[in-house]
Design a protein around this ligand. Structure first.
Ligand code: SAM
Length: 366
């Protein structure tokens, strides 16, 4: 297996994803003598070998899917040795550092290798990731994982305190490190004191190379920005990647005299969705405060109101607005209108999931 490309057939030794639901995924190493227990029953690893990835495997109480591992899923399932970076931040980092196939990149610290896997796939097959951590055990485990995941030709991991000793490339001796001719396209720092490593990083950065410092609190961001400014980095920018969950709820409204009111001047039907007001049962969110849709009258309704509506399918069929009829439509006999039910998305106003701030800058040497 390799995290850089997807495979078609499951081999012994592969780390696969056993998928039950989006919230029930497991990383499993395929060993023919092992049995993996799921809530749907036992999964004999021997059965997987030689099967195509994506196969459904029958267990006692149901099927499981066996999928190939990707850096994204690895981030969700990896064994944590440190705090890690997750998908939204990783996506911003890869994009804003402008990483591509062939890029040379420095990372510190390696931590649990969550970001390292995504960088490796992005820069494959000819790029190089030089990753550093001062924690010996973490370095050893990461090295073993990179080897198992067949990205060790792209990623080299070294034990080093980069704040104290700066950066050094694998083949260099200590004395050569200050006179290196190797220069990288990008540097990523996820350290408690990133500002202490910025000057050494600049020494190994190409002209125009990008740097990113990840810090959970704004005081750390300020210190990094001060250092970046002092060292004449340009385009300094800090962003925060936050998750804002949306949810689906049902909303409905009534249309009166459907046929006439939805005809536009050229005879085509207008789509009421474009300026629909919705009802979440508690509040009315009106885009246009006069409670009209494209100048048409309507009454905001709740789902409870809908229970009083009588179905009249014949009437509906006479209705010429097919776009609306495809929705969930009930004829309301009381006021000669029609209730249209829509699924609408609601924004959760509480934003959770702050992970940290990403400060980006460019090393322009004039
Ligand atoms: N970005 C990583 C990931 O996605 O898995 C997590 C990095 S973890 C939060 C920070 C790591 O930095 C730790 O493993 C720690 O040992 C390492 N570290 C802290 N200070 C360091 C230093 N001066 N030099 C090298 N590594 C350091």
């Amino acid at each position: 297996m390799s995290f850089c490309r997807l495979k078609t057939i499951i081999d012994e030794g592969d780390t696969v994803v056993v998928y039950l639901t989006p919230r029930q995924m497991y990383r499993v190493k395929v060993d023919r003598d092992e049995v993996f227990q799921t809530r749907l029953g036992a999964l004999r690893m021997e059965e997987l070998i030689g099967k195509p990835y994506g196969s459904r495997i029958q267990c006692n109480k149901g099927n499981v899917l066996v999928l190939d591992m990707t850096p994204e899923i690895w981030t969700l399932l990896l064994p944590h040795r440190t705090q890690i970076l997750y998908g939204p931040d990783i996506g911003m980092i890869l994009m804003n550092l402008e990483l591509r196939s062939g890029s040379f990149v420095i990372e510190a610290g390696t931590g649990s290798g969550s970001l390292s896997h995504s960088i490796a796939r992005t820069i494959a097959p000819n790029g190089k990731l030089f990753t550093f951590d001062f924690h010996q055990k973490r370095v050893e485990i990461a090295r073993e994982e990179f080897r198992e995941h067949q990205i060790d030709h792209i990623v080299s991991v070294q034990q080093r305190d980069v704040c104290r000793d700066g950066f050094k490339f694998p083949e260099q001796s200590e004395s050569e490190s200050s006179t290196t001719t190797i220069k990288v396209d990008a540097v990523f720092l996820d350290l408690p004191n990133p500002w202490e490593a910025i000057e050494s990083a600049q020494n190994v950065m190409k002209n125009g190379a990008k740097i990113c410092c990840f810090s959970p609190c704004i005081e750390q961001v300020q210190r990094s920005c001060q250092m970046l400014t002092k060292l004449n980095f340009s385009d300094i920018e800090t962003i925060e990647c936050v998750l804002r969950p949306y949810e689906l709820r049902k909303a409905s409204y009534e249309k009166l005299k459907l046929n006439q009111q939805f005809e536009t001047s050229n005879g085509l039907s207008a789509d009421p969705q474009e300026s629909m007001n919705v009802d979440d049962g508690d509040h009315h969110h009106n885009r246009d405060n006069d409670n009209t849709i494209n100048g048409m009258n309507k009454k905001i309704r709740t789902s409870e109101d809908d229970n009083n509506d009588n179905d009249n399918e014949e009437e509906e069929e006479k209705n010429s607005d097919s776009k609306i009829m495809e929705k969930d439509v009930n004829k309301n006999n009381d006021n000669n209108g029609t209730t249209i039910n829509y699924w609408v998305t609601y924004m959760n106003t509480e934003i959770t999931g702050h992970s940290g701030f990403l400060t980006f800058a460019t090393n322009f040497i004039c």
